[in-house]
Design a protein. Structure first.
Length: 507
């Protein structure tokens, strides 16, 4: 590619004295989005008690945020390339803080669903902009690798910190506090970002094609909704029809990008084997991991009886491993190879998930902590290096759109993983042997079984709960085995797809 930057500009960018302070602003945004994606699960019982949503409304409260983010990531990444990544990041951060207040003070289920959807719109502006700005802040490739490592480590840490922060707030304040904590952080982000972040955009961007935006939005929402609906209620005509319509919209999106002179997303990027391999690795890794992340919190709380705050602390080894590996990933990939770092990380996660197939209701924490630590290290190596490969494979003026592809793969992988692995856990769980008088709701979820014990005789409730917990652990064991197989196959695929791939050593 031909750089539009002059040598003096490059030197100035490399030596920019406040670039690390600017990075702290970017990782703050990532941390908040990651935390916000996990705290809602802890707050859901309190929201249910206060707002009394129906079962369908409760599902939408939990899912609409991820639906909207998945649908808008590519469009918002491309918009940032056009109007300025600093501008869209600061505008999105301001909106994120203001809409968090709407979430905190929602008084009806409908208002909560609308507020969560709006928060998804704001969240979709943040993730692609942060990674794209790193591409333009750090022109020295080794510094950029370290910056991406810090970025990735923060995202991983946010996933683990979310339950800890949420558990603490819910034990001391009302449920709206998990949203209000966003406000002061966003104020700091905007004020510091105004002074430290450089503006960057595509020199000749062309128009922002609204039809492409709509096709991307409806396509991703349709596919993700269909996957989640099928996981919850099985394959129905509604889920099948929605999925087909979503797939048709995405097909139309791809066709349109190939014909536009200045597309929202340049589909030719996927001709680069390193780019495609890194995106595919991200998608399949999250698919295989999501079952662990989604169900392990339930295992720690509902099977082993840990409080939310204690369960959050129990998941800290994953964050510690991800931070340590993320900071070292660039150096390791340069000393050995990109495919060794990525495939090795994926294989480590796969072996850790395989170890979870032996899990039981009383499995000790040293085993769980060791598994989580290995998962964190593997994810830190894999995600950091793939992010570096994705950014290094594209011109600077397409950094936002390329970053959005990576984030979209993450969201789609999470939806598919929870759907596929969730179906496995639910399928194994539903048939657990239960004593007479067990309500049907106990067979729908382990949470339902725990709630049902309040209305059953003590002896019957104890017998039922022991059986339900055993079935849930059996389902988690099978899902872990499937996740392990997915990760090990992905590790092998990455070894071939990332052959001869190297981290860029040029400014």
């Amino acid at each position: 590619m031909t750089s539009t930057l002059q040598p003096t500009t490059t030197t100035e960018a490399v030596r920019r004295p406040d670039r690390w302070l600017a990075l702290s602003v970017l990782v703050l945004a990532v941390l908040l989005v990651a935390v916000d994606a996990t705290v809602l699960g802890l707050a859901t019982p309190y929201i249910s008690e206060d707002l009394a949503p129906s079962g369908t409304q409760l599902l939408w409260i939990g899912d609409v945020y991820s639906f909207v983010i998945a649908g808008l990531l590519v469009s918002m990444g491309s918009l940032g390339d056009r109007i300025g990544r600093k501008r869209i990041l600061l505008a999105g951060a301001t909106a994120f803080g203001l809409i968090s207040v709407l979430n905190a003070y929602a008084t009806t289920p409908e208002a909560m669903i609308a507020a969560r959807a709006l928060l998804g719109v704001a969240g979709a502006t943040l993730m692609p902009a942060t990674l794209a700005l790193i591409r333009n802040l750090f022109h020295d490739p080794r510094e950029r690798s370290l910056a991406i490592g810090i970025w990735g480590a923060t995202a991983s840490a946010g996933t683990a910190v979310g339950p800890i922060v949420g558990g603490f707030l819910l034990e001391h304040f009302w449920w709206g506090s998990v949203f209000l904590i966003n406000v002061p952080v966003m104020v700091v982000l905007v004020l510091v970002g105004l002074r430290t972040l450089p503006e960057s955009r595509t020199p000749n961007p062309g128009p922002w094609d609204l039809l492409s935006v709509l096709l991307s939005l409806f396509g991703m929402i349709g596919v993700v909704y269909a996957v989640k609906e099928a996981a919850t209620h099985g394959v129905t005509w509604v889920s099948l029809g929605t999925g087909l319509l979503g797939a048709a919209a995405l097909f139309g999106f791809v066709r349109r990008q190939l014909t536009l002179p200045t597309p929202l997303l340049d589909m030719r990027l996927f001709r680069n084997r390193g780019f495609s391999g890194a995106v595919l690795a991200d998608l399949l890794t999250i698919l295989g991991l999501s079952g662990l992340v989604f169900f392990l919190s339930q295992y720690l709380q509902l099977v082993q009886g840990r409080a939310p705050f204690e369960a959050g602390l129990a998941e800290l080894p994953a964050a510690i491993g991800a931070v340590a590996a993320g900071l070292a990933a660039g150096r390791v990939a340069r000393r050995f190879s990109v495919r060794a770092a990525v495939s090795g990380g994926l294989a480590a996660i796969g072996l850790a998930l395989a170890a979870l197939t032996t899990i039981g209701p009383s499995t000790g924490y040293p085993v769980l902590g060791a598994v989580l630590l290995v998962v964190g290290v593997g994810a830190g190596f894999s995600f950091t290096v793939t992010a570096d490969v994705i950014l290094g494979s594209v011109p600077k003026d397409q950094a936002g759109a390329a970053s959005a592809v990576s984030e979209t793969a993450y969201e789609l992988g999470a939806a598919l993983g929870i759907a596929v692995l969730g179906s496995i856990v639910t399928g194994v769980y539903r048939d657990f042997p239960a004593p007479a008088g067990t309500p049907q709701g106990a067979h729908e979820s382990l949470g339902g079984a725990v709630e049902a014990t309040a209305h059953m005789p003590a002896a019957t409730a104890g017998e039922m709960l022991t059986s339900a917990r055993g079935a849930f652990v059996d389902g988690l064991s099978v899902a872990s085995g499937v996740g392990a197989a997915v990760l090990l196959v992905t590790a092998a695929a990455a070894w071939f797809m990332l052959r001869n791939e190297r981290l860029d050593d040029r400014p």
